[in-house]
Design a protein around this ligand. Structure first.
Ligand code: ATP
Ligand code: MG
Length: 388
């Protein structure tokens, strides 16, 4: 007996009406794109599920791909059968005989309210058939095998195997965001969380050659290669940052260098975000990790832009961030030694409570706007795409 469909479930959507339709449309598109190597698959898109008809494709491969797609709550391998009650009993018995375990529970659901037999009665009839023909016992609280039966308008689906999905929202429904990507552990994890939330992520990186070496770019490409699992194509904008950085160290007190550097980064990121139609920017910052990540610092840094700044990791512990980095396989790349513009220029005693007035005072000592425009005009763009 072979499963013939995969049932894709969205879970409880908070969105309704038009938004829900858009959600499903985008999710269906993302699924089809991710599975484009399997042209024989067929898709049945409905308001509460998407069914994928396997047509003899190996379901194990498909499930692995589907588990990385955000917006999917759960997946089940299902068998579509005729909804005649004797047939349901017969097929359910065959299916459960394939499974390992001593106890079972039947869970019938009647989405098609015109079906003449109510769920409770279906449960009883099917369980009776199984009890009579096997050694299995019923356990309604903690069964080894949960046999689900769903009667829908287009037929009946039975299944015992459910796999957890990635959750979140389909990529793209949340709009676009300009994400600040360093070569560290945090920002790739933050990018992943944003993608999971349905945001299409574009990246900006500030490079300071010759202080930072070319290896950083290779590292970023490798990191984004891992994130391609969640977003097939990622645009990476590399901003030449050396001149601005040198100027900052020329004009400001060492203790203010990081604050001003981050203000420049946020100016560049918001300007590029506007040019690229991204209504928000994001970073891998979390509160309290380093001097520039105190609430007071963030306040002074945010002052340069009125765009929303999303910081998905703001309350995360480092250990929790590392756990996610391992899960998405970016950790080993992130810990490769490299020189970051922040580490090279890091002052010995950065201000944890910088003043806005002082920051502005230092900044006014040079024509940063011209340097910002020049940097934006010299951005180098790389697209990181999923390998075919
Ligand atoms: P990460 O592990 O992401 O590097 P971190 O804990 O080392 O973070 P910082 O180096 O202070 O913290 O950087 C905080 C955030 O600022 C980063 O998560 C990233 O979003 C952004 N950022 C820092 N350096 C760069 C850079 N060179 N290019 C782009 N974004 C950067
Ligand atoms: Mg860093």
């Amino acid at each position: 007996m072979k499963y013939d469909h995969i049932m894709v479930r969205f879970g409880e959507l908070s969105t309704k009406g038009k938004n829900k339709k858009e959600f499903i449309r985008v999710l269906a598109r993302n699924i089809k794109n991710a599975l484009s190597e399997y042209p024989s698959l067929e898709y049945i898109v409905q308001l509460d599920h998407i069914y994928i008809k396997l047509n003899d494709v190996d379901p194990d491969e498909i499930i692995e791909v589907l588990q990385s797609i955000s917006g999917i709550h759960a997946l089940s391998l299902v068998l579509k059968i005729d909804e005649d009650i004797d047939n349901i009993c017969e097929e359910s018995l065959k299916l459960i005989k394939q499974e390992k375990g001593q106890t079972f529970k039947v869970h019938a659901k009647r989405a098609n309210k015109k079906y003449p037999i109510i769920s409770d009665q279906i449960n009883r009839l099917v369980a009776g058939k199984i009890l009579k023909n096997t050694d299995l016992k019923v356990d309604v609280h903690n069964p080894d095998i949960l046999l689900s039966i769903e009667i829908r308008n287009d037929g009946c689906y039975i299944f015992t195997k459910t796999y957890k999905g990635a959750g979140g929202y389909p990529l793209g429904v949340g709009g676009r965001i300009m994400h600040m990507l360093s070569g560290g552990i945090d920002s790739p994890v933050a990018a992943y969380l944003l993608m999971k939330r349905g945001l299409l992520v574009e990246c900006i990186h500030f490079a300071s050659p010759p202080y930072t070496n070319i290896g950083v770019i290779e590292k970023l490409k490798d990191l984004l290669g891992k994130l391609n699992v969640y977003q097939e194509s990622i645009r990476l904008n590399i901003v030449p940052f050396t001149k601005i950085q040198e100027k900052i160290y020329e004009v400001s007190d060492e203790s203010y260098a990081i604050t001003i550097m981050r203000r420049m980064m946020f100016r560049l990121a918001s300007e590029l975000a506007k040019r690229r139609n991204c209504p928000a920017i994001s970073s891998g910052e979390s509160v309290g990790q380093v001097a520039s990540q105190t609430i007071e610092s963030m306040n002074v840094i945010n002052d340069v832009t009125n765009m929303p700044i999303l910081r998905p990791l703001v309350t995360y512990d480092k250990l929790d961030i590392i756990e996610i980095a391992r899960k998405i396989d970016t950790f080993d790349i992130s810990i490769r030694p490299f020189e970051d513009c922040c580490t090279i220029f890091a002052p010995k005693k950065p201000k944890t409570k910088p003043s806005l007035e002082k920051s502005i005072e230092f900044e006014n000592k040079f024509d940063y706007q011209t340097l910002i425009n020049e940097a934006l005009d010299n951005i180098e763009v790389v697209y990181i795409k999923k390998e075919a």
